[in-house]
Structure formats: structure tokens, C-alpha cells
Design a protein around this ligand. Sequence first.
Ligand SMILES: [Ca+2]
Length: 468
Amino acid sequence: MKTNHTKNQTPQPALPSGWSRFHNPGAGRATLLRSLGEQRSTSARQELRRTSLFAAGGRWLALALVVGATVAAQAQTTAKATATVGGGRVVAYTVTDGGAGYTEPPIVTVTGGGGSGATAEAVLDAGVVAAIYPVTTGSGYTSAPQVTISAPVVEPTILSLQMIPLVTLHGFPGDTNQIEATTSLEGVVVWQPVATVVLTNAVQEWYDRVSPPWAWRFYRAVLVGAGSRPTPGLRFVWLPAGQFVMGSPTNEVGRSSDEGPQTVVTLTRGFFMSRYEVTQGEYLSVIGSNPSSFTGDTNRPVEQVSWHDATNYCGQLTARELAAGRLPAGWTYRLPTEAEFEYSSRAGSTNRFSYGDDPGYTQLGNYAWYSANSGGTTHAVGGKLPNRWGLYDTSGNVWEWCSDWYGPYPGGSVSDPQGSVSGSYRVNRSGCWNDSAIYCRVAQHIWLSPTDKYPGTGFRVLLAPVLP
Ligand SMILES: [Ca+2]
């Protein structure tokens, strides 16, 4: 193992098995460590809700080892769920008991019901199964199959390193983390509390301003108290942080030239996404009026709303829910960014549509109201099959406003993009009842003036921590 010795430097601490240490001549006195190893947690006692390990030295020798780890045990109780069948497919899951103590999403198995092929994934929130969404709907189901939730696969612990004693905390507003430090990971490790941090955002940094120079420290952050979580109910689905490729390849059939360059987008924060477009009834209850062209059923999506109307709805809804005590401080309803919309709409698909490429458009009518099947009108939300993540009408029915100014994609890799910093037009997504099939592709986007109002333009909301 190569080490670096300079005047006054204390010996570097031993690294856990599987780690490596690199010398970086270009960094002068600094030794540069990169993340390199994995450790598998083998003991159930070493599972906890959420704990991270960090290590750092002082001054310019400061190096931080960031370890995504889980320690300390919490009793695990098994979650329970039921399945809903529609058209022979398993289209939705209802969590009847979220269980507790999960550190990794459990495995969901679907059996019986006369059909086959249905698979699903569980999403956790603070150790509880918050939602289960279909990955494949299967076919041939004549009754609701049994949903079995079994023990999770323990994920590897990822070690990564930083040059400064900076701890990045992930969680939810109101979460209380205790930062603890030690000088060695060898033998019996004694962790000393050094700070308590209450998160005000989903991602927050903590810097050790009293870290002794030249010394090494390892840090961990232990979640000791969970803040209040919103409970938006079944009309929302929790989508975890993730990565996807935004836009379409140049050879995609029906593509518009402004759907590129394809950009790798990382969304660093999860969010609750509405399963449905905002209905006329919801709009009426918040705003007190219904501007829609197609009336007669308040479960139809609201339309004839401008971008300003949509953002005003989000603000009014947030204020109402905060005042009623139904929304914890630090959370807000807002329009999705364009990236959040495409992430939600794709639901893991890299194809033209969330369910596949569908070159002959033989399946689109199962998922979307568009020109070929709408009869020239909107339809009540949720009338077609959802995508794999349980979201309805992300293609078709009404176009949906996004928060972004319309502009070119950056290309390369970006995190949490917010769109162009300025512009004249706002982004619309999804296609509508009056559009041909190619406008229902998940990469399709159009632009409208923020004051425009049309019978084909509505929106949906998401619920997330207030952005830093
Ligand atoms: Ca739509």
C-alpha cells in the first residue's frame, strides 16, 4: 500500500478490507483517495434505517471517506399488499401494511390469480414500504393474485472519498441526524457525537469546522429522528431518485429535432408524483372556478389553463394544505420540471412509449386518449392503463405544463436540470386528445407562451421538499 508522508502528518488510518489508497503526485502534499471498494453487510445487526460513514483529515490533507452504510438494528416487520387486476393485467398495488425497519426495498412476488408474468417493485420511505408499482403487468389474470413481500437483498456498502471534511446528508426536511466521528475503523470502533443536524432540505451539507489539522477523522451520520412526512394518499406515487436518458435517439420514428442531444439526467431527490392529471373537481375546490371547455364530468382533466394558472394552483394548494395541517413545513406542491416529467413518463423505458416502441401503434389506444380514439374530447382521468410506475395519462388526454422555460438540452450528464434560465415559452408534455400518435411519445415536447390557454392543455402536480 502506497502512503504519503509529509512534515507533521499523522499516520494515515488503516482502511477497511476492499479499499485502496492512491498517491497523486500532481496534488503536491495531498494524497488523493478515490472510492474504490465495496463491503457487503453480512450481519443483520448491522442494518439500520439510514447511516452514512465519512472520514476526513485536516487542512489540505483533508480526505473524506464517504461510506453509504447502515448500522444498528431496527426490528423489521413484513409489509403486506394487495393487487388490482384490470383487463387481465395486474395494473395496481395497494399497500395495506407498510411494515417497518427495511433498509433496502424488499422483493415483491406475485402468484396465483390465473395469470402469469406480473412483477413489481417496492419503494421505501423511512424504512416503510410506501408504495408498490408494477414493472410488468403480466396477462391472463382472472382474479387478484397474491402479493408476497419477502426479505430484501442487502445492497453493498459503497465507500467513496472526499478531499474535505464535508458530510452530505440526504433525507427529508425535519429529519434529525447525529454526526459522529472516530479516528480509527480498526478494532472496537468508538464513535463520539460531534454535532446534531436537523435537515431543512432533502440534501444538506455539514462541514466540520473544528476538525483538527493534520489529523484523520472518520464520520458517520445516524438518523436519530424522522421529521414529519406528508401522506398524500393513493392519488400520488413516490418515485425514488434515479437516472435516465432524456430525449430521443436521432433514428426514432416520429422524432422532432429538438428532442436532443440526448442527455443523461440524474435526479438526486425522490418526489411524490400525481398519478393523474389535475381534475376539474380538484381545480374547482382550490381556485373556485372551472375554466374547462369539456364539462359534464368533474373527473375530466382541467384545461384552458395557462402556465400562470397552473403555478397559481400549486401555490394555492400548498397554502391550503399547510394551513389545514395536512402538509409538513418544507414541502410544496409544484409543477414537475421537464426532466421530472420525462423520468415519470418513461418509467424506466428507453423506447418511444412507456410500454415499448409500438411501431404500428397497435397498443397506444390501451394507454392513451389521442386523436384516433378520443372522439374529439377529453376523458375522465385514469381511464386507460397506467405506465409501469402507476401513472395515468402521461401520454394523451391533455398536454401538461412543466416548470421549465423551453430551450435546448445541454447534452452530456447533468443533475436536477431546471431547463433554460430564461425564455419566452414554457414546456408542454404528453400530447392530447386531439393529437396524432407521434405526439404521445415520451420524448415529445412542445412550447407555448405561459399565457396560452387551450382545450388540450392541462397539468399535473408533484409534491416534494422545497428546493434549496
Ligand atoms: Ca396527459
